[in-house]
Design a protein around this ligand. Sequence first.
Ligand code: PEP
Ligand code: MG
Length: 897
Amino acid sequence: MKYVYFFGAGKAEGTGAMRELLGGKGAGLAEMTRIGLPVPAGFTITTETCGYYLKYGGKYPKEFRAEVVKYLKRLEKLTGKKLGNAVNPLLVSVRSGSARSMPGMMETVLNLGLNDKSVEGLARATNNERFAWDAYRRFVQMYSAVVNGLPKEDLEERLRALKSKLKVKDDTNVSAAGWKELVAEYKAYFKQKKGAAFPENPEDQLWGAIGAVFESWMGEKARTYRQAEKISDSLGTAVNVVQMVFGNTGEDSGTGVCFTRDPSTGQKVFFGEFLLNAQGEDVVAGIRTPLQLQEMTKVMPRAYKQLESVRQKLEKHYRDMQDMEFTVEKGKLYMLQTRTGKRSPSAAFQIAVDMANEKLIKVEEALERIKPEDVERLFYPVLDPKTQRGELRQRLFVTGNNAVPGAAVGKVVFSARDAEAWAERGERVILVRHETSPEDVGGMYVAQGILTATGGKTSHAAVVARGWGKCCIVGAEQMELDHGARTVRSNGRTVREGEWITLDGGDGSVYTGEVDLIRPEPPKAFATLLKWADETRRLRVRTNADTPQDARLAREMGAEGIGLCRTEHMFFKDFEFPERSAERQLAIQEMILAGTVEDRRKALSKLLPFQRRDFIGIFEAMDGFPVTIRLIDPPLHEFLPHEPAKQAELAKKIGISAEFVAQRVDQLHEANPMLGHRGCRLSITYPEILDMQVEAIIEAAVDCKKRGVHVLPEIMHPLVMDKKELQILSQRTRQVADPITRKAKVKLEYAVGTMIELPRAALLAAEIAEVAEFFSFGTNDLTQTTMGLSRDDAGRFLPVYIDERQAGIFGSDPFQTLDVAGVGMLIEWAIAGGRKTRPKLKIGICGEHGGDAESVKFCHRVGMDYVSASPFRVAIARLAAAQAVIEERKTAKTRRR
Ligand code: PEP
Ligand code: MG
């Protein structure tokens, strides 16, 4: 087994393709060496070695030590210098570098090889005693902290004391004698703390540094970072041992970081910063304010020209934007790192489109490079990146699940009604609830953001908020809400009603007070790239929308129809005339409280004109595109108030007794409402609800048709589990619809179909398709019922199931990314069965998964006709559908080979 790979003098054992083995930095150094760029020589220890070290409790593989010694000799031969030599010493840097970039998360040791002898050699070789002793004190300081764990603060304190004693402000003004004194002090401190002298033997130093880099892979910050970035712990880091070059040998030296294009805008300009007479960490640590890269044209024009040509060569070679580190030593340029640069979402679009237009990459590659998060983040306001991190830390109030990204600032309110009232008078509010229900929808709509103590990512709050692109954090369980006192407590602090808070839906953090937000403008490149996606994809993309407003927004986002209109949302809110919302609510409540069919019909007839108006608006927005309308779904108790005071208020309005209302609420109570009297079971037992809804839909369609608006209504029954059940509903649907069209003398094509959201329906799909004219997979409920996990509560323990450091049972949240192995199997079975009966059966998905890139790709593979996503996720679905085609082409190609 080979553990070490050499590079230097134009040759390298590794290549840029060996990222997994050599880490990003090692692979970059090897590749840059190969293509003739100026890279200092060195060697890379593989990530596999780290894996071994971690697995065997800090032991190295057998032949490893000998291999390192061999490569060290080779490096000494190539450079003509020796580690620790008193005449011509070799100095090396020892740096981490994993396959996935983890900037600043692991350790580095610079200037290794210095000791009391070689420092003199360095002073003579450079003819600069001050520089040599500065390098030495940096090394002792870094080594003591990184390898031996001495507190950085103690070491810094000694440096500050020295400067104050010498009465100098900047490090650059400390003399050689000053640094000598500091080295002696550091060493004394080391001996006092460690009970042994600071290691003078350079090989011992090297082994100490290699071990420390490996250990830093499992350090606290590295682990936390990996968790956030979903990087596996098992990968390990490589170690790069590289000949030191110095940017701090005088005014003809310097160091910097640069990007081949601007990482925040994506513009094709050379972007970066540098410092004269400085070492790499000085730029990173921000001790001195760096200069704009372009300043280099004035102070070191030759090196800049060289760097510019490196920029061009690297971008052509890697065919992507690069993030590079360089050092100039006495006018000579050295490249120390290159990697694919991280970029803002809008830069990601700009760069992909520009590179395709420049013919540097193919359109397919441009499409592949955009991540779903890039699309999503493009539209949400975010915390102003100028906000001080330290300040944010101090203001952290609570954290929850980041259900919808973006950010929101507002005053805390604890009820939907207050939210509406406050918003009415122009206040910006954040709705803080234990959980939310359809009753809260009005308050949620006007709130800037929503924060709940319970619930998961497909909980009601999350689903609704996502539909609106509204920042939402759910399951912040540390919060203690006190409705009486109108306060919420967490983290030892109390926030009162009316006080400001800020939600960061990006990571689920909640801060006290107002943090500045910015809303990024989607760049032109966004439209170009999505046009390319549309030209590539086969899947159609619809939207989940319940109002004309959402339907119009979704059209702007490129939706080609509505895959799910949840009609019950219309029972609560009049989005066009908000002041009329109460009328709707009262009508539905009256309907539920009605004692006879007649009374129920009377209440429903009040609701009908509202629904008809909404449908007309939706049909108009979708002119010519299909609209799937789902009949009532949630259990009825959700529509009634549960607090006695509100029940009394309602009773008074309707003219019945409060006791009756309470009794009815009691009657409707179910131990398991999600598996109870809901979905099409409501229309089976109260067919008059179906009658009213179908009437409203068909009358709206007829009205539109008469005015020349193209309509394609699809009436959908939820939660169907049996063919006969659907037969009854389908028959009744037509019995209501057909007389209306006949009477109006309008030829209207409409379809009647079903959701597939129960395992039984999926299993019996072949039979159900005898009646159903289309299928739409409701994967929220299908996931819930297949896995036996409550979509509203599973968020409490699912993190343990997903975190690979805990149980790690699932790779991702099954309510977010479709569980292909289980739920996916039922879907495939149902599609096969359905199409066996009805070969042209139209099939789509309308669960939350329709807006999740990975799930969309699955939908493509299993041959669905369309996916339906909330308006703000339509673009993600369009892109993912195109990526699915590209992946398919690739697989077909490799198969042919
Ligand atoms: C579903 O269950 O996937 C679905 C779309 O319906 P709802 O979320 O309204 O239950
Ligand atoms: Mg459902």
